[in-house]
Design a protein around this ligand. Structure first.
Ligand SMILES: [Zn+2]
Length: 178
């Protein structure tokens, strides 16, 4: 699904410059600190104009900052937490974030939904970061939160084999089917 969305929206001219930055950050890349964030590029000796976070203008962009600590990203997570009635305040690193679904005591369906929401959120946050970094285009946290709702809906409905899901109930609260 992610590959299709990416391919459909990318101008041919920019592919060579941005293709590696537009992939969904894989679990392996996040675990091993290999995501090409500004902090990691600086550590590898690659010179970049500014290492500040493109989304909030704050501290050096690292994975933990970009996906958890950034004030802009916190607004996205707050909207997702309200939507899912989920508390992510104890999450302090990417590994915990990726494993949050498995730490829940709810049903396997509930876990599947949360996992899809978390992965969709990581993809949308990374996409928003690339939009402002490479295209100077800002995205609001509420727009990103809506994108996360849409992407996770289609993912769970189609890939998660839950054709009975309905958007009108999902968009209000994603656990109407258990
Ligand atoms: Zn930031």
């Amino acid at each position: 699904m992610f590959g299709t969305i990416y391919k459909s929206g990318c101008p041919r001219k920019q592919i060579s410059l941005t293709v590696k930055y537009n992939r969904l950050p894989s679990k392996a890349n996040l675990y091993y600190n290999r995501l090409p964030s500004k902090a990691n590029l600086s550590n590898r000796g690659i010179v970049i104009p500014a290492a500040n976070c493109a989304l909030c203008g704050g501290p050096e962009e690292s994975e933990v900052h970009l996906f958890l600590e950034c004030t802009w990203v916190k607004e996205v997570w707050a909207l997702i937490e309200t939507w899912c009635e989920l508390d992510l305040s104890m999450i302090t690193n990417i590994e915990q974030l990726l494993g949050v679904a498995h730490s829940l005591l709810q049903s396997s369906t509930h876990k599947k939904v949360i996992h899809a929401v978390i992965l969709s959120a990581i993809w949308s946050i990374w996409k928003a970061r690339n939009e402002i970094t490479f295209n100077n285009k800002t995205t609001s946290p509420s727009v990103v939160a809506e994108e996360i709702k849409h992407n996770s809906f289609f993912w769970v409905k189609n890939r998660g084999k839950m054709p009975q899901l309905r958007w009108d109930s999902w968009s209000i609260f994603p656990f109407t089917v258990n």
